[in-house]
Write a new protein. Structure first.
Lengths: 535, 250
């Protein structure tokens, strides 16, 4: 398949297909022919909010044409990987989970990539496609040229440049290179860069794959004043936070809330660890409000974690049957619905709006600080301190330490990780990855330990509540006991794993890799990389 | 993937016209269809304007030195591909004879296409040979066009008996009357009586119509160039019967 775009100025007002047929001279007995009636279609491109399909090189399009609606999944080269005809009147409504897609090869290809994320429309357009055919000397069609006039309707109204797609008929690929060569020689036609989705988004002034607030995508220079750099980072985190609010309020999928919480946690860590670099009083003024926001989101997220792990929970039952747990599942769903109502009300509240508006304004007003500390100096100091703090917290842990000590260490490790990611663009990406390798493994282990601890405590509370309500049979409580036992076993496993993970993290070589990240020679090299990329 | 074969020991009874039109209609229904023109005369290839030539010839395909996949050509119609005829197909019997399990060879060659196609149509040359036997073993549904005469019906019975002796899977048989001349009383009489009496006869008949002969001038299925004609409507009905009999759900 070959794709081209028409320069709108060169072809303004021209009836393109006949003009093309007139200006593209074909040789070897090939001739142009009309491909029939113009087709109009309504197109929607679907992806997860964090562009999982796009990042995996997949494009999923829903196209409605002449009363038929199709889902089309294409790969990196525009090759059709799978298609699915949708039954009229039973088309899935978007946003929706992958489980809403009809069973079939397309479903099977999309599901592992999208995971638990919902598919949302990322662009919509109407297309008017006129077709030309290329015939050989037997008047047999050997290639088709679709001329697509696309009007983008979402995320903004815009006209995309007309797009030409030359598709060989199977068994005749050899001739398309010749035809393609003839087309590209026509003034005002150039090879298309990117897919139709990318073209639609570009027309709307956007770019596929863009995610608001990705800290490592920020471009910080080591010599930037610390306060200004911090304002840039915190603004990006606020962008990420706000971008996830509509999806959380609409309850599109659980990851919106999860990502919103990450943005809040990172903001709180940045305020806590680097607040002294901000204008006086700013950190103090907002600390309590971001804490309120974090607390607002916790109960719903905890229940989401339970529900997301429910299938694994039932699969691990030995004595009880999955049906025994159904009343517990219903209880979790009801509790989650109640907690979600509170969360949504909080995110719609004046308090939340005021917090984000005031925070954005405050960040905008941050000017050059009197103390000319650079962001590289701030990052080195804070990462160094966080590294020492994590190391000390871990070294104090013994076999007799309570779970709270591991939780404290987990928080220190998170802070260290957030700092490395926040200031990530100062460092060489490969070096950054190496530096946090052992830290990530330790965090995973601590995460498994703490999740099991929280869930074990919670399941006891749930059981007490259900018993008090007399709303479930004894079998359910017994099955919950089995789940609690499974959680205790997983926690013990994580605790056993911990010593090895911490030892890996505490090794001089691992610590040296972290320390090397913030050394001046490393920064200079990364700065050179940034400039080269910029050039 | 369901395999349909249009087969009759006699020539000129409408096998190719049926294969071409039913293949086209199956693709129009949204199925992914391959038509294999097994007749060295290459009539189906001609009707789709595709040169009757396969790299490596029949030998390459039967011996497996050339993949079927590389020989397939797209027709002018969405969802309908053609494996063209080749003049060397006249030797397919000999080639099959030297292959392992010759009667199952065609089925084995088609097996890798399962994921790619929903329906395969085999347009067979008129003969009773090792190739025919291989076709009969590969097919899920045998479509047998018959001129309405007593002798034709006798030939169908012989064919059914022959298939009845197969070990393992046997194709279902759906005969249909083709080239019916309404002016001939015998034609109309047999065409009415037999489908009512026998399960292996389709209710649909294909009349002798000049629009069907026009296919060789238009070089396209009648259902494509004259979709509202009586012939196109009859092929449409026949396709619905064949589809249901083969258990291909919409």
């Amino acid at each position: 398949m070959h794709e081209f775009v028409l320069d709108s100025e060169a072809h303004a007002g021209a009836d393109v297909p006949p003009a093309l047929a007139g200006s593209v001279t074909l040789d070897g007995g090939l001739t142009w022919a009309n491909g029939g009636r113009t087709r109009a279609s309504r197109r929607s491109w679907l992806d997860t909010f964090d562009w999982r399909l796009y990042r995996a090189g997949l494009t999923l399009e829903q196209a409605a044409c002449r009363g038929r609606t199709l889902l089309l999944l294409t790969g990196r080269d525009g090759d059709l990987l799978a298609s699915q005809v949708l039954t009229a009147g039973r088309e899935p409504r978007w946003p929706g989970l992958v489980s809403d897609l009809p069973a079939g090869p397309l479903h099977e290809l999309v599901e592992p990539v999208a995971g638990i994320r919902a598919l949302c429309p990322v662009a919509r357009a109407t297309s008017r496609v006129t077709q030309l055919r290329v015939l050989n000397d037997d008047a047999k069609t050997v290639a088709r040229l679709d001329v697509d006039y696309m009007s983008v309707t979402f995320p903004a109204r815009a006209a995309a440049p007309a797009r030409l797609t030359l598709t060989p008929v199977r068994g005749y690929a050899g001739v398309t290179d010749r035809i393609s060569g003839a087309i590209i020689r026509v003034p005002g036609i150039s090879a298309a860069r990117g897919t139709a989705l990318e073209s639609a988004l570009a027309a709307a002034g956007l770019r596929a794959g863009d995610l608001p607030g990705k800290a490592t995508a920020l471009k910080l220079s080591p010599s930037m004043p610390a306060a200004a750099a911090l304002a840039t980072i915190l603004t990006a985190l606020l962008d990420a936070l706000e971008a996830n609010v509509p999806g959380t309020i609409r309850d599109i999928d659980t990851e919106f809330l999860h990502d919103l919480r990450i943005a809040v946690r990172r903001t709180r860590s940045a305020i806590k660890l680097c607040g002294s670099a901000l204008p006086a009083g700013l950190a103090r003024d907002f600390r309590a409000e971001f804490r309120w926001l974090g607390d607002l989101t916790t109960p719903t997220r905890d229940l989401d974690v339970y529900l997301l792990g429910y299938a694994r929970m039932t699969a691990g039952l030995v004595a009880a049957s999955p049906a025994d747990l159904c009343p517990f599942h219903d209880y979790l769903v009801r509790s989650r619905a109640a907690q979600y109502r509170g969360l949504a009300a909080g995110l719609r509240s004046v308090r939340f709006r005021r917090l984000t508006t005031r925070w954005r304004t405050a960040l905008k007003e941050i000017g050059p600080a009197r103390k000319r500390r650079t962001v590289a100096q701030l990052a080195a100091a804070r990462i160094g301190a966080a590294q020492r703090s994590a190391l000390q917290a871990g070294q104090l842990i013994s076999a007799a330490s309570p779970p709270e000590s591991l939780h404290e260490l987990r928080k220190r490790c998170k802070e260290l990780r957030y700092l490395v990611e926040m200031f990530g663009s100062l460092y060489d990406p490969a070096q950054r990855w190496q530096a946090v390798r052992e830290l990530k493994a330790l965090q995973d282990c601590l995460g498994a330990f703490q999740d099991a601890e929280v869930q074990r405590t919670e399941i006891r509370a749930f059981a007490s509540q259900l018993l008090a309500d007399r709303s479930v049979p004894a079998e359910t409580l017994l099955a919950m006991g089995e789940v609690a036992a499974g959680l205790a076993s997983a926690q013990r496993e994580a605790r056993r794993e911990f010593d090895g993970r911490f030892a890996d993290f505490a090794r001089p070589a691992s610590q040296a890799r972290l320390a090397l990240l913030t050394r001046e020679d490393g920064l200079a090299r990364a700065d050179g990389l940034t400039r080269t990329a910029g050039a | 993937m369901k395999i349909f074969a249009t087969y009759n020991i006699k020539g000129g009874v409408g096998k190719t016209a049926a294969a071409v039109n039913l293949g086209y209609l199956a693709a129009k229904d949204g199925l992914r269809v391959l038509l294999w023109d097994l007749d060295p005369q290459g009539a189906a290839s001609y009707l789709f304007r595709i040169k009757p030539r396969v790299k490596g010839g029949g030998k390459g395909l039967i011996r497996g030195t050339k993949s079927i996949d590389s020989a397939i050509k797209g027709t002018d119609f969405d969802g309908l591909d053609l494996l063209p005829a080749d003049f060397t197909y006249r030797n397919l019997d000999l080639l099959l004879d030297s292959a392992k399990r010759p009667a199952r060879r065609l089925a084995a060659l088609l097996a890798p296409l399962k994921a790619e196609y929903d329906a395969v149509f085999l347009d067979c040359p008129p003969s009773i040979s090792l190739l025919s036997e291989s076709v009969l073993h590969a097919a899920d549904l045998l479509l047998v066009p018959l001129i309405p005469t007593t002798l034709s019906v006798r030939t169908l019975d012989q064919l059914t008996e022959f298939i009845g002796d197969f070990n393992g899977d046997r194709p279902d048989v759906l005969a249909f009357f083709s080239m019916i001349d309404r002016r001939k009383r015998l034609h109309t009489q047999i065409a009415v009586d037999l489908p009512a009496e026998r399960r292996d006869f389709a209710a649909t008949v294909i009349p002798a119509l000049s629009v069907i002969e026009q296919m060789s001038v238009q070089r396209a299925p009648v259902a494509a160039f004259s979709p509202r004609s009586q012939a196109a409507r009859q092929y449409g009905r026949l396709w619905q019967e064949a589809r249901e009999r083969a258990g291909l759900t919409s």
